[in-house]
Design a protein around this ligand. Structure first.
Ligand SMILES: [Fe+2]
Length: 439
């Protein structure tokens, strides 16, 4: 069935969508403006979050100087865990609680920004982390009010977390990645300085780039905002509403940039035009997903990275096993898009076209395969492992992966454009063991 009326309104169902935009400043060396912005946000004593690798880079020195010039007191927390855990975010929160800060600055990739979001939350409204985590793990209590201001300065070509209201970490008791979120967790401002990405190693560009790409496709092909029953009031409307006309704009723009610049940015760190475009695409896709939401590939990824025991990835400053977030997402994407395409084939075809595929004359029943092939082509061009098997998983792991996702990632799989059963998930994980034939 074609989705020519994707946003058709039905009696008793949602008929409006809301737009929650992010404030960003984008440009080379814009990180030097952090002091002025911090002052404008009434910060006087700031916690600056970063990780050990980024701590030694010029961007942190620039941020510190700018804050000093603005006469703002700063304490640094440089022990952010790459791929944070509940234990590591609690360490960060203890630092935040003890420092009595009235503002936060994060300089780094998604791990740094997300850790800072949670530290700000737990220092502003001290509670056990489980208090804010969703059922069935936590109480899912709402965040009582605004947090302290937070300026996020991303330094990778992906995540877009500077524009979203969620923070992701690995919950060690379940070996599962989980989310804490709430509108007030969205940073007050994103300072996007593309020059911070010029020294990124190739695997980091590849992984973070696929995170961006999947944010855009998943948001564009999510179930429409008009599908749920109309909420009791505007205040009950979830901020992740599903696909909507406003998010569509950011998804399309991000995918067109990814199609044009991703492989160039991966291959040549000196191609500043391409790397600049990538981090801008990340912000656009992040803003889109912040109003729409990710779905199947992300839901599946939280088990893939959470259950990883042995896979390591070059380019990441950790000795521990790690499947970088974007990599854990994209290995599921070809199977997931083949599965979801029947719900809105024209949207899947459009995504392939935005990425540069020639879809003239394509049949709607081939939409999933065409989008999957377009993604696979980019995976091959950027050194992504060929599926879960290349990351140490076997077919026999599919059931456990599916059980974990079905039990703990219902919010994400509920945003898929078609219903997802546990059996579907098992098939999808089996289908993700390899993404392309070796022949
Ligand atoms: Fe993501």
């Amino acid at each position: 069935m074609a989705c020519r009326h994707y946003y058709a309104i039905h009696s008793g169902h949602e008929s409006a969508f809301s737009v929650d935009t992010s404030i960003i400043s984008y440009g080379p060396r814009v990180i030097l403006e952090v002091g002025e912005h911090a002052k404008a946000l009434k910060m006087s004593r700031v916690a600056l979050f970063t990780d050990r690798t980024v701590r030694s880079l010029q961007c942190v020195a620039d941020a510190l100087q700018a804050l000093k010039d603005a006469k703002i007191e700063v304490e640094i927390f440089a022990d952010v865990h790459v791929e944070p855990t509940d234990a590591s975010v609690l360490d960060a929160a203890r630092f935040a609680v003890s420092g009595s800060f009235d503002g936060y600055v994060s300089v780094g990739g998604g791990s740094v920004i997300d850790t800072c979001k949670i530290a700000n939350l737990l220092a502003t409204y001290p509670e056990n982390l489980l208090h804010y985590m969703r059922p069935p793990i936590g109480a899912g209590s709402p965040i009582p009010g605004p947090l302290e201001p937070h300026i996020a300065c991303p330094t990778t070509c992906g995540t877009g977390t500077e524009a979203t209201a969620a923070a992701v970490f690995k919950y060690l008791p379940l070996s599962m990645k989980l989310i804490v979120s709430g509108k007030v967790m969205k940073p007050s401002l994103g300072l996007i300085d593309p020059t911070t990405t010029y020294s990124l190693p190739k695997p980091v560009v590849a992984a973070s780039g696929f995170d961006v790409l999947s944010h855009a496709i998943e948001s564009y092909t999510a179930r429409p905002y008009t599908r749920p029953v109309r909420p009791a009031s505007t205040f009950h409307r979830p901020y992740l509403q599903g696909a909507n006309p406003w998010s569509d704009i950011g998804c399309e723009a991000a995918l067109k940039k990814m199609g044009k610049y991703f492989v160039r940015a991966y291959n040549d760190p000196g191609d500043h035009e391409a790397r600049d475009a990538m981090i801008f695409a990340a912000a656009m896709a992040g803003t889109a997903l912040g109003n729409a939401g990710t779905q199947l590939p992300h839901g599946m990824s939280y088990a893939v990275s959470g259950y990883n025991k042995s896979f390591r990835c070059e380019g990441y400053a950790t000795d521990a096993p790690i499947i970088p977030h974007g990599m854990s997402v994209i290995v599921n994407a070809p199977a997931a898009f083949r599965f979801s395409a029947s719900a809105c084939p024209d949207r899947h075809l459009e995504c392939a076209r935005f990425l540069g595929a020639d879809t003239k004359g394509a049949e709607l029943e081939d939409a999933g395969e065409i989008l999957a092939a377009t993604v696979v082509q980019l995976m091959k061009a950027t050194g992504i492992p060929n599926g879960l098997q290349a990351m140490g998983y076997q077919e026999g792991d599919a059931d456990r992966l599916a059980e974990g996702v079905f039990s703990y990632q219902q919010r994400l799989i509920g945003l898929a454009p078609r219903e997802v059963t546990k059996e579907n998930l098992k098939d999808l994980f089996r289908g993700s063991m390899t993404c392309w034939s070796q022949a």
